[in-house]
Design a protein around this ligand. Sequence first.
Ligand code: FMN
Length: 345
Amino acid sequence: MSRPGLKLLNTKLTRLLGIKTPLVLPPMAGAAGGELAGQVSSAGGFGFLSAGYGATPDEFKRQLSLARAALKTPPSGYPFPVGVGYLAWQLEAPQSPVIELISVALEHDVQAVWFSFGEDLGRWIQLVRENDARRGKKTIIFVQISTVKEALVAVNEWKVDCIVAQGVESGGHGANYASPLLNLLPSILSSLPPNGPPILAAGGLANGAHLASVLTLGAAGAVLGTRFLLAYESLYSHAQRRALVAASSDLSAWDHARETLGWPAGIDGRGLRNSTVEDFEKGIDIEILKSKFREGLKNQDTDRIIVWAGTGVGQMNQIQTAKSIVEELHQDCIDHLAAVAEICS
Ligand SMILES: Cc1cc2nc3c(=O)[nH]c(=O)nc-3n(C[C@H](O)[C@H](O)[C@H](O)COP(=O)(O)O)c2cc1C
């Protein structure tokens, strides 16, 4: 963050990661690759890339090198201020090829890992810690959770370094049993000791005023997924980005249409409602839906393919670089915090 006169935001998260803006790009499968993650970190936030959905070790290494290129860091070693996110249910599948991608990330010295959506996140956290112990290193561990009970397990049993509280408003997959963020976040904060790990807010956040509001509630930072789908560096197609600019949101039938079943019970998806959803609700034969979906992929027909989006999407109206999003949110957050401080004076 080199702009003259820009104030710093100092939270538990910025101190933990050594960053300037308490803003995290989540590891969005199919959307957050190395370039986007690297650009977000380079701009002063912190970026995760996703290990989800069929990345081979070679492709995954290519994404890691794209992150290094965006960060202009040397091809190996520290510092490498990005993280990698894993869908734990994919790790838990028999003979999961994704497990190997944990060692690949750690060998590449990523600063952090992120686990979500599984039966036993503790098992993967343990794996990372054992690897760290062998190499004499410390990888920062994030977990994404959606209830107070899950937060207590993450803090008391797994002793994680950072918690992402995902409200029901979030884009992509999320717990259909989660509370709205405005209730979830204070409930988690009041259940944990003040000297616990940073708690981040995720779900439906779109701008710097939202970042300021979750900091005011007591979060140490915010996780914005959908907003970064609109960045030029996301893996989304331009047609998907344009659909987001024009959007409103809801529901998931797409896991059936694109055959990405296997998510744990209670995990649903939120994205732009389209003809795939409507046909699914009408009970149209699933083979027809799959075939139309495959056809839609060829020409990026956003009336057929998935465009994941959180409830904040209606407040996003511009396709930008990741850097300008981070900088805009930083300044906008400071302006809002300053305005609130005036109310108290
Ligand atoms: C396209 C997309 C893919 C996502 N993929 C993942 C994922 O692989 N792992 C994960 O933990 N969360 C994933 N999420 C959820 C994010 O971690 C985060 O909770 C969410 O984006 C926050 O809500 P927002 O999109 O309204 O900002 C995804 C979200 C989106 C929009």
